[in-house]
Design a protein around this ligand. Structure first.
Ligand code: X8Z
Ligand code: ZN
Length: 551
C-alpha cells in the first residue's frame, strides 16, 4: 500500500474511534448535567445552583474539548456518512461554549445558573403588599389573561419588567464569555454557532428565516390591524391610538407574544399514571420552582418527564400537548445512537406537540366527550380568529427574540443599547410599543424566560411554520379532504405511521430528509399556514376596509 493510502486509512479509523469514544463520554456527562439542572430548577437554592453550574461546567468543558478534536478531522475525505455527520454534530453540540480558560467557563456557568434561578424565583411586590401578596410569573400571567382594567394591567406589566433589571450586568458578562468560547471553536460568535445548526451556512439560514417571515407577514399585518381597531374600541384612542403600535400590556400576555386570551375583545358576532411519577404538574406551595413548561429526557432511555405548573385554562391544554410532543419525539428516537437522539432541527422538536394539537377540532372534542355537539360551520371563523390570535400573532415575536440576540452576540448591539434595540425590534416586527417610557436601567429582554435561561428561540418561529406543513401532509396521508382547520388525524393509522417514520429518524439525517419523510417537501414552506388561515385572511381584509393599517 502507498504511504498516502495508509495515512488516509489510519486517519479514517482514528475518526471512527474518536466518534465512538466522544459519543459515549458526551452521553454520560449529559445525563449528569440534565439531572443537576432538573434538581436546580425544581428546588431553587444557593446549593443547587452551584451543583448545576458545576455539572454544566463539566459538560461544557468536555463538549469544547471534543469539538476541537473533532475539527482535526475536517480535512479527512471519504469518511462514511455517519462518521462525518457525527463529527459535525460534535462540533455543534453545545449551545453555550465556554473559553478554554477554565476559570472563565466556571464563571460563565455560575452566571447561567444564577440567571435561571433569578428568573424562576422572581416576584413583583406591588407597593404596600405583604410578602404573600407578591406576584410570581404565574400570578402575573393570570392577571394579564383575565383583567381588562388598563391601570391594573399597566401596573403589573411595569412590575414584572423590574425583575430583570439586576440581570443586565450578568447577562452582558455572559455574552462576552460564551462568545469567547464560540470564537475559539472557529465561529464568529455564539449567534453564528446557533445559526450553524441547520445543515446550511449561518448566512443561508438567516436568509431562509427572512424568506419565511416575508411569506407570512401580510397575514400578521391584517391581524394586527383588526386587533388594534378592536382594542381602540375597548380602551379608547388615547390608550390605543390608531395607526400606531399596540401598547404591550393589553394583549392578554405579559410579553404580548400570543393574544388568544383577549379573543373575547375581538370575537366576531357569531362566531398510565406511573409513567408520570417523577414529573411536576402542579405548582408546589412550599418552594420555588422554574414553572416555565418543559419536557425532559433525563437519561436517554425511558425516564421522560414534564415539568409544568398546570392551570385549568385553554393555554395549559395546548401547552401540555406541546410538552407531550417533545416526550413522544424523545421516545421515538430512543433507539438511535446518542448523537442522533435529537430532532431533525430544533424547530421540529417544538412543532410535534403543536401539530398534534392542531387536530383538537370541535369534532374531536365531541368524540372524546369534552363537547356535547359540534358547533355549526358559521363558528369556524371565530375558531380561526382565536387560533390566529396565538399562532399568527406569535410569528414576529418568535423571530425578533433571536434577531436581538444574534446582534447582541455579534456586538452590533452594545450593552448600552440593549433595551432600546429590544424595543426597536418589537416595534419593527410586532408593531408593539412599551406602555411606559423605558431606559437602559431596564433590561426588558430578561423578563422573558428564554433570555434569562439562554434558550435559543428561532426554533419556535420555525415550529409555527412547520406544524402547519406537517398537519397538511398528515391530513393528506390520512386521505382527509376539506378545509385544514376541520381536519383531525385523531385515531388515523396512516397519519400516525407517517409521523412516526419522521420522529424515529431523530437527527440521523439532515433535516430536509426528515421533512421529506413526512411532507414530501425538502423546503420549509409557509403556504400551509396561509392555506389554513385563508378564509380568515379574506374576512380580516373585509373588516379592515377603510382602516389605516400599519404603524
Ligand atoms: O417555551 C415554550 C414551551 C417549552 S419548549 C412551553 N414555548 C415558547 C414560549 O413559551 O415562549 C412554546 C411556545 C413558545
Ligand atoms: Zn417546547
Amino acid at each position: 500500500m502507498q504511504n498516502a493510502e495508509r495515512r488516509i486509512e489510519n486517519e479514517a479509523s482514528a475518526a471512527v474511534r474518536f466518534v465512538s469514544e466522544a459519543e459515549a463520554s458526551l452521553a454520560e456527562v449529559n445525563v449528569d448535567a440534565q439531572r443537576a439542572t432538573w434538581v436546580a430548577e425544581n428546588f431553587i437554592t444557593y446549593d443547587t445552583q452551584i451543583l448545576s453550574a458545576q455539572a454544566n461546567e463539566k459538560h461544557i468543558n468536555l463538549g469544547v474539548a471534543l469539538a476541537k478534536r473533532a475539527a482535526r478531522f475536517d480535512h479527512v475525505q471519504g469518511l462514511p456518512f455517519d462518521v462525518r455527520r457525527k463529527l459535525d454534530l460534535i462540533k455543534l453540540a453545545l449551545t453555550t461554549p465556554g473559553p478554554s480558560d477554565s476559570a472563565k467557563t466556571a464563571e460563565m456557568t455560575k452566571i447561567a445558573a444564577e440567571l435561571d434561578a433569578q428568573y424562576g424565583a422572581a416576584r413583583y411586590c406591588p407597593a404596600g403588599a405583604t410578602p404573600d401578596q407578591c406576584l410570581d410569573v404565574e400570578a402575573i400571567t393570570e392577571i394579564m389573561r383575565s383583567s381588562r382594567d388598563p391601570h391594573r394591567l399597566l401596573d403589573v406589566w411595569r412590575g414584572w419588567h423590574t425583575i430583570s433589571r439586576p440581570m443586565k450586568a450578568m447577562y452582558t458578562r455572559f455574552v462576552e464569555l460564551t462568545n469567547e468560547g464560540a470564537r475559539e471553536l472557529g465561529y464568529k460568535d455564539t449567534g453564528a454557532l446557533w445559526r450553524s445548526k441547520y445543515d446550511m451556512s449561518p448566512d443561508a439560514f438567516a436568509a431562509e428565516v427572512d424568506r419565511l417571515w416575508n411569506q407570512v407577514k401580510p397575514l400578521y399585518d391584517s391581524l394586527h390591524c383588526y386587533v388594534r381597531w378592536n382594542l381602540t374600541k375597548k380602551y379608547g384612542a388615547d390608550v390605543v391610538p390608531p395607526a400606531k403600535p399596540i401598547p404591550a400590556h393589553l394583549l392578554g400576555n405579559i410579553w404580548a407574544q400570543e393574544w388568544a386570551n383577549v379573543y373575547d375583545l375581538v370575537a366576531p358576532r357569531d362566531g398510565d399514571p406511573r409513567f408520570w411519577e417523577r414529573s411536576l404538574f402542579l405548582k408546589p406551595r412550599d418552594r420555588d420552582v422554574v414553572c416555565h413548561a418543559s419536557a425532559w429526557d433525563i437519561d436517554d432511555q425511558d425516564d421522560l418527564r414534564v415539568k409544568m405548573c398546570i392551570s385549568r385554562t385553554a393555554d395549559s391544554f395546548t401547552t401540555i400537548h406541546h410538552e407531550l410532543g417533545h416526550n413522544f419525539y424523545q421516545r421515538a428516537y430512543n433507539t438511535q445512537p446518542f448523537l442522533y437522539k435529537n430532532s431533525a432541527n430544533d424547530g421540529f422538536h417544538e412543532a410535534v406537540g403543536d401539530t398534534i394539537a392542531l387536530s383538537i377540532t370541535p369534532n374531536y372534542l365531541v368524540q372524546i366527550g369534552l363537547l356535547d355537539k359540534e358547533p355549526p360551520p358559521s363558528a369556524d371563523l371565530g375558531l380561526l380568529l382565536r387560533e390566529a390570535m396565538d399562532k399568527i400573532a406569535f410569528l414576529p415575536f418568535g423571530l425578533m427574540i433571536d434577531r436581538w440576540r444574534w446582534r447582541v452576540f455579534s456586538g452590533e448591539i452594545a450593552p448600552s443599547d440593549y433595551n432600546k434595540a429590544w424595543w426597536d425590534l418589537r416595534l419593527r416586527y410586532q408593531g408593539i410599543a412599551p406602555p411606559v417610557e423605558r431606559t437602559e436601567h431596564d433590561f426588558d429582554p430578561g423578563a422573558k424566560y428564554h433570555i434569562a435561561a439562554n434558550v435559543p428561540y428561532t426554533r419556535y418561529f420555525l415550529a409555527r411554520i412547520l406544524q402547519f406543513q406537517f398537519h397538511r401532509a398528515l391530513c393528506a396521508a390520512a386521505g382527509l379532504k376539506g378545509p385544514l382547520n376541520r381536519c383531525s388525524i385523531y385515531g388515523n393509522r396512516d397519519a400516525g405511521a407517517r409521523l412516526k417514520a419522521m420522529l424515529e429518524m431523530g437527527q440521523s439525517r439532515p433535516w430536509p430528509d426528515a421533512l421529506e419523510a413526512i411532507t414530501g417537501q425538502r423546503q420549509m414552506d409557509a403556504t400551509a399556514i396561509l392555506d389554513y388561515f385563508a378564509p380568515l385572511k379574506e374576512w380580516l381584509d373585509e373588516q379592515n376596509q377603510g382602516q389605516k393599517c400599519g404603524w
